[in-house]
Design a protein around this ligand. Structure first.
Ligand code: SF4
Ligand code: SF4
Length: 118
């Protein structure tokens, strides 16, 4: 079992999550993070750290998005393509504007970038 990062992370990327992961399984794209499902040990430490409530257990994905495979596959695919991040950095300058608390929940996927972090 694994946790996955959902689209609530897109354009925010606060990176609080990476500091607590005991196995360093977060990978950084241009505008979101993902979790490697093969490395995640299902410890749940990262879930409460995310200010956007973006980190979801795979068993909860059915409640989040009917296309549950999208998030599992996206995390697995881009964990292999993006660089590993283990230390926190500044949130994206767009974080406040795109926070899901301001109404962007479930519609941020259109902003997803497949590019790796700089
Ligand atoms: S803490 Fe949440 S919003 Fe921040 S990078 Fe991690 S998953 Fe994304
Ligand atoms: S559940 Fe644990 S192992 Fe998995 S990504 Fe979060 S902190 Fe890392």
């Amino acid at each position: 079992m694994t946790f996955v990062v959902s689209d609530r992370c897109i354009m925010c990327k606060h990176t609080d999550c990476v500091e607590v992961c005991p196995v360093d399984c977060f990978y950084e794209g241009e505008n979101m993070m993902v979790i490697d499902p093969d490395e995640c040990i299902d410890c749940a430490l990262c879930e409460p750290e995310c200010p956007e409530e973006s980190i979801i257990h795979e068993t909860e994905l059915d409640y989040y998005d009917k296309d549950k495979e999208l998030w599992l596959n996206l995390n697995a695919e881009f964990a292999r393509k993006w660089p590993n991040r283990t230390e926190m950095k500044d949130s994206m300058p767009t974080a406040d504007e795109y926070s899901y608390y301001r109404g962007f929940e479930n519609i941020k996927f259109k902003y997803f970038s497949p590019k790796p972090a700089n």
